[in-house]
Each structure stands twice: as structure tokens, then as C-alpha cells.
Design a protein around this ligand. Sequence first.
Ligand SMILES: *Cc1c(COP(=O)(O)O)cnc(C)c1O
Length: 388
Amino acid sequence: MSYLTKNYNRKKISFTRGKGSYLYTSNGTKYLDFVQGIAVNSLGHAHPKLVETIKKQSKKLWHVSNSFTIPEGEILAKKIAKKTFADYIMFQNSGAEATEAAIKVAKRYFYTTGRPHKNRILCVKNSFHGRTLAAIYASGSKKMTEGFGPKVGGFDHFIFGDHKSLKKKINKNTAAIMVETILGEGGIKVIPDWCLRELRKICNKKKILLILDEVQCGIGRSGDFFAFEKSKIKPDIVPIAKGIGGGFPIGAVLMNKKVASGMTAGTHGSTFGGNPLAMKIGSEVFDIISSKKFLNNVKKNSKYFHDELNKIKDNFPKLIKEVRGRGFLIGLQLYMEQTKFIGDLMKNKLLTIRAAENVIRILPPLNVKKSEINQAIKIISKVCLKYK
Ligand SMILES: *Cc1c(COP(=O)(O)O)cnc(C)c1O
């Protein structure tokens, strides 16, 4: 029997080793891993530079309290600030923590500027911001909040793509709009660039903040370092996590100077957040992924993948409804329920994962090889034939 709680519907399979795009079971069976811990292992498994970084830093210093200066964190924060919209960074350990902290930052900003009534956050109905109490109520999902009442207040919801409902839900108490730039769990739904620009305009006009949750779609996943960059807008607050640690748990909230002003001493903290080991690893991942050359390669290879998947879609028009997403955040939407299809891909040694709306989520490491993409294409085509 398993002594673990039953809050996951786990597959029987387990892995003992990973290398790059591949996972290996104890008997040596090799799987092409296009889940990568759900967009976490951004550089694949056991990347040599990350292995080296962990080895080196683990001999020097793992953890010290945030009541002391942590130079490794200062360095990573500076790197992020120099290359992104952010003026200030607050390190956490996970995505949910980062989104919750982002909400705290927004609320504190209005509190400290004499507008404490502006404390409500407007989110997309059935979005995903993590599993903490506040985050599940931010999602507005009935399923995720069932049995966890009383309701955590302070969240309003609008329907994805429904601009009227968005405008209607903004009132004098709204502090911020918080959306995933690309909805991940919700079915790989991209907010078009023009909508992001409109969102920014609305926020400016109503004097409210724009929080873009880039926990899943950020850190190079979309082909740009952040998914919002293509739209040329600047958000106020951006929670990140998944990809930034390359497999090591790291989260962070990035923000501009204006909103950072509310975060005075004692307003937030995290025992583990930003420790030297995490910061060294985060720095290495950031250096690699934020380089123009690396991102151009993500753009090029992911375009090839999208093109090939669209060819498959054209060949199986009754099976595949849409190829969604951007960069290496890819959704293959089927007309039918996708569980069996995912199982068949797995039987053919390709790992993928579900998302809402019958979507098969495909998340290769950002440094995936073209030959590995070709291998996946072959397997997907083969499984499609079965359903023809
Ligand atoms: C995964 C995810 C989170 C939550 O991250 P955890 O590390 O699981 O807490 C939050 N927001 C988005 C968009 C995510 O995809």
C-alpha cells in the first residue's frame, strides 16, 4: 500500500533517472519526456551546468535566514531587473506562493497610498493560480474550491474573452486585474497581444494594477523570456516560478518601483525563499535562458514543431480540432476526451499531460533537439492513425 494521501491520481510508472529530454525507468525503458515536470525542467533533466552549480554551491552554503544579506540573491535580482520590466524582486519557493505574494503586493500598494478600499482582485473564471486557499478562490473554479469554505473573499471573476463582462466587473474597489498571459491548466489559451494592450489601457484608465501570472508561460517557454513581451506592454506585477529553477523549487514576484514601495520591512517573508543554493541555480538558469541566441532557438524550433503539428491536424481533421499555444507551451486540442490518447502516446514512449478543454499539453525542454521533435511527431502521427 501507499502511505501517501490520495490527492493525486498517479500513474503506476516511476522513473529513476533523467537526461536531457529523456526519462528512464528502473528497468531502463526510455521515454521522451514532453512534460518536464509541467514546464519546470526548462533545460531538461540533469543539465551539466546545473549539476555543476549544485555541486559547487552545496559544498559552500545552502541556506541562511533572510535577516542577513544574501549576495547570491542580490546578484540574481540585479540580473532580472537589468533585463526585464522589473525594478524589484521578491523570492519565494513556488508558484502559488508567488501569486499570493503578488496579490499582497497589489493590496499593500493601495493601502499605503491611502486607498485601502481598493482591495479586490479581478481574475478569469476557471483560471489557475495555484492551490493555496487564496489561490483557489482566485481561480473561481467550483471544483478546486469544493469543501474548502468559507470562501476567501476579495476576488471577482470575468469570462475569458468576454470584454463586456470584464469591463462590467471593474468597480471602485478593484485593485488589480490578474490573468495568466497564456492560460496553462485552463487549456493553453493565449490572450492575443491586442487584448493585452487593451488590458493595459483599461488598467491605466481605471488606475488599477495589471498582474500577469507567468508561472507557467514565462521563462522562455513562449519563445520570449516573458509571454507578454510580444505585446510590448509592461505589467505592474509578475509572479514566476516553474521554469526559473530548472527543476529546483524557486518562485518570485517581479514588480515595478511604484508598487514595490508598499512592501516595507515586515510586510512579507519566506523562510526558504531566496536561499543561496536556490539563487545560484536560478542565476544559472536565467543566464542561459535569457540570452537572445537561446530564445531565438526556442522560437525557431518551436515554430517547426507547431508547423509539423498543424500538418498532422490537416491530415486528421476529424480528430484534432486545434493546435494551440506559443513557443514550447503547446496544446493539441482533440474533438474527443483526451485521456486515452495520452495513454497511447505513453505506450509509444512519449510523455504528455492533459489540460482543460480536451487539450493534450506538450511541454518539451526549451533546449530540445530537432531530432527529438521529429521523434515526437512520428509518435503522435502513429497514434492519430489508430483513431482515424
Ligand atoms: C503551476 C501554476 C501555479 C502554481 O504553482 P505551484 O508551484 O504549483 O504552486 C500558479 N499559476 C500558474 C499559471 C501555474 O501554471
